[in-house]
Design a protein around this ligand. Structure first.
Ligand code: ADP
Length: 209
């Protein structure tokens, strides 16, 4: 099976203000080991800035106007260049739970899939179903594109949209497990180490009967 090599690289994490926060090299050699979960060899959990990943497609946590915004959306637009917003202007918008695909322009990734997750409104407004749909639709578009073998996701809806992180991690990983055999590698790209830990624990827990 093809494995992407960036897994073992120490990826820089950019701050939201645009500065660069170099991540120190791990002192413990075990930290350099492949973080691949033996039970789920196609799911990689990575602490990194998603705009740096040399995968076929990255997923964006977009808003329904596809207008660009803050957080990961702002970082992706800044790294891709203005052509990305120009291509998105062809769309009238995108309903919550759905997604659209564009080229990646100046990103290392060839494609960006703009998925619209739900805003958390207490949990009784189909938020879980809509978040599942945002992940599943992203996988569907990636598969339909035909040449996408590696794909990376941020933690959709867990920033300004306020979705509780633990529940969002369960939903994200459940969708990734459903689709893992359709791709060579699926990366869950987390912007902070505590979220990466949460994903590792959630993936490990799901293995238990
Ligand atoms: P949403 O509006 O869907 O909540 P946000 O962009 O506010 O989207 O946050 C979604 C997640 O993306 C958050 O967990 C945030 O920490 C993370 N994030 C922000 N910037 C990046 C980045 N450059 N790479 C990966 N993840 C990021």
């Amino acid at each position: 099976m093809h494995r992407v090599q960036y897994i073992k690289a120490v990826a820089p994490v950019s701050s939201k203000r645009g500065g660069s926060l170099p991540v120190a090299a791990p002192e413990n050699p075990e930290d350099l080991e492949d973080p691949e979960d033996p039970e789920h060899p196609l799911i990689t959990i990575l602490h990194a800035d998603i705009t740096t990943l040399p995968v076929d497609a990255i997923v964006n946590a977009a808003n329904s106007a596809l207008a660009g915004g803050g957080g990961v959306d702002g970082a992706i637009h800044a790294a891709a260049g203005p052509e990305l917003a120009a291509e998105l202007r062809r769309y009238p918008g995108c309903p919550t739970g759905s997604a659209v695909i564009t080229k990646g322009y100046r990103l290392p990734a060839r494609f960006v899939i703009h998925a619209v997750g739900p805003i958390w409104r207490g949990g009784d407004h189909r938020e879980a179903e809509l978040l599942t749909s945002a992940y599943d639709t992203s996988f569907k578009l990636a598969r339909e594109e035909g040449s996408i073998r590696t794909i990376a996701f941020p933690a959709i809806s867990t920033g300004v949209y306020g979705f509780p992180k633990a529940r969002a991690a369960e939903i994200a990983l459940a969708s990734m497990r459903t689709h893992e055999h359709e791709f060579d590698d699926i990366t869950a790209c987390l912007f902070d180490e505590s979220s990466a830990d949460l994903y590792r624990q959630t993936l490990a827990r799901r293995k238990q009967p």
